[in-house]
Design a protein around this ligand. Structure first.
Ligand SMILES: O=C(O)CCC(=O)C(=O)O
Ligand SMILES: [Fe+2]
Length: 222
């Protein structure tokens, strides 16, 4: 019988497309706990965690709050004009440093993080039913990589190609603590979350249920 925490072979990194890297278990439990606590704080304001409204009247099933710049479909502003008009919380220096470390580790190149200065983060909370359709992150005016951190329940992350929402794509299980980076030729690839697996997260992260995803990005805006 496998011992708890020793349930099988260590998950290994994979590269579903050029410039796209999945690093399982990148965040320590302690780091995950700190990120969960920080996200709880940000979710309280100045702009609250909420379902983003889409231009045609629908709402997204995930709940989101932003740092640095507020993303609303399909632009970035300093203020959350579609929520409460407040200026979003600042993007902290420690999160810039985490992004730089993520790039160096994902690309196994100590220089890969040098000069990486993400200035916006989208913090997404998924309950057991939330999903995210295939889309490109293309409202940024920069080709710098996107750094994605996952905490809580495992999800199925579909990573595709730059041409269309369809095949070829790879389904990657993103578990708590996993890092996923997409840059270079994959920076503008379509991707989405097809499923969250309720009850798969470790409550020791501070997240009793659901999934948190944090993407760090460079807007290229002044
Ligand atoms: O939740 C994820 O893993 C992906 C989130 C995402 O694609 C986005 O916020 O644009
Ligand atoms: Fe995205």
């Amino acid at each position: 019988m496998p011992l708890p925490g020793f349930g099988g072979p260590e998950p290994v990194r994979s590269r579903p497309a050029p410039g796209a890297v999945h690093v399982p278990g990148w965040l320590s439990l302690e780091r995950q706990r700190k990120l969960v606590a920080a996200c709880r704080d940000w979710a309280r304001g100045p702009v609250p965690l909420r379902h983003t409204r889409l231009p045609r009247g629908g709402v997204m099933s995930v709940q989101t709050v932003c740092l640095g710049w507020h993303w609303q479909p399909y632009t970035y502003r300093r203020t959350a004009d579609d929520v409460n008009g407040a200026r979003v919380a600042a993007f902290p220096d420690w999160l810039v440093e985490l992004g730089q470390a993520a790039l160096a580790d994902a690309y196994e190149d100590t220089a890969a993080g040098v000069g990486y200065t993400p200035d916006t983060a989208l913090i997404n909370f998924y309950d057991g039913r939330a999903t995210m359709g295939m889309h490109q992150d293309k409202d940024e005016r920069s080709g710098d990589p996107v750094v994605s951190l996952s905490i809580g329940d495992t999800c199925v992350f579909r990573f595709g190609n730059t041409e269309s929402r369809g095949r070829p794509y790879t389904d990657v299980e993103l578990a708590s603590g996993d890092l996923f980076v997409f840059g270079g030729p994959s920076r503008f690839a379509y991707h989405g979350v097809t499923k969250v697996r309720p009850g798969t997260g470790d409550p020791a992260t501070g997240l009793a249920s659901g999934r948190l995803n944090i993407t760090l990005r460079v807007t290229g805006l002044e």
